[in-house]
Ligand binder design. Structure first.
Ligand code: HPA
Length: 270
């Protein structure tokens, strides 16, 4: 299985897969529940980041189990979706952004598979945290489909689950952030360690706190995501169809082997 989709808020069923089966993947970090189906004869994994009924808040997501599960299934490329607020006047609600940088303000997660001891320590390069090859295809396909999109942008990750204060948003703007969300960074960082290509389709659902003329609600985020579900699906389908078989980027080389995942698989999977 080469490709996985991670659905964020508002994306609980990709509705592009056939012969879908539910699987619980046993990993050293706990179980990861996902769906495996086919698209154009190819097996694809779909994981709902917040659970299939949006029951898992950002700070409770088991990112390590999720990314370990995808790695153990043999996935090489991850296309994720994320709902984001915008702090950039050139990035209005409704637009898609394929961000290329992040600033990490989420501190509740330990975002490494390498905790020292027998697993050792790694310090990896994150000069290009999001796969440029997938981003390129996403952007090209978005343009062909007439979807308003920007290739590049800086994502600021917070812990959530609360929305930000206007003062925090002002600070993020000063620091060069364009978009704000609560989940993308831990996933991106672990995916890099695991040698996966990772890219995110950010759907701007609202102006960020203090810029939005109204108080923020989770419902408006979900509503905008749902209203754009069809566009998102077409974009994912077109992108999967056009990704080259072999990876031409540096994502795999930028990560490291995690040998204990293979060992666990040998001893725990039947
Ligand atoms: N802040 C944080 N996360 C979000 C937002 C926001 O404004 N919109 C969608 N996810």
């Amino acid at each position: 299985m080469r490709i996985a989709i991670i659905g964020g808020t508002g994306v609980y069923d990709p509705r592009i897969l056939s012969n879908v089966r539910e699987e619980t993947i046993d990993t050293p970090y706990g179980d990861a529940g996902l769906r495996i189906g086919e698209y154009r004869g190819e097996e694809i994994a779909f994981l709902a980041r917040h659970g299939f009924g949006h029951t898992v808040p950002p700070h409770m997501i088991n990112y390590k189990a999720n990314i370990a599960a995808l790695k153990m299934l043999g996935v090489e490329r991850v296309i994720a979706t994320s709902a984001v607020g915008s702090l950039n006047p050139d990035m209005p609600p409704g637009m898609f952004v394929f961000f290329d940088q992040f600033i990490d303000f989420a501190k509740s997660e330990v975002r490494t598979f390498f905790d020292g001891g027998e697993h050792g320590v790694v310090h990896l390069d994150y000069g290009e945290p999001y796969c440029p090859e997938i981003r390129g295809v996403l952007y090209e396909k978005a343009r062909k489909l007439g979807i308003e999109a920007i290739n590049g942008g800086c994502y600021v990750c917070t812990d959530g689950p609360r929305f930000e204060t206007p003062a925090e948003i002002k600070m993020f703007e000063t620091l060069g952030g364009d978009l704000v969300g609560m989940t993308s960074v831990p996933e991106t960082v672990l995916a890099r360690e695991a040698q996966l290509c990772y890219s995110s389709i950010a759907m701007i659902t609202n102006w960020a706190a203090g810029i939005s003329p109204t108080p923020l609600t989770h419902q408006e985020v979900v509503d905008i995501m749902e209203a754009n579900g069809e566009k998102l699906r077409s974009l994912i389908m077109a992108t999967i169809e056009d990704l080259p078989q072999e990876r031409g980027c540096g994502c795999a080389a930028a990560g490291v082997d995690i040998p204990w995942l293979d060992e666990y698989k040998k001893t725990h999977w039947r």
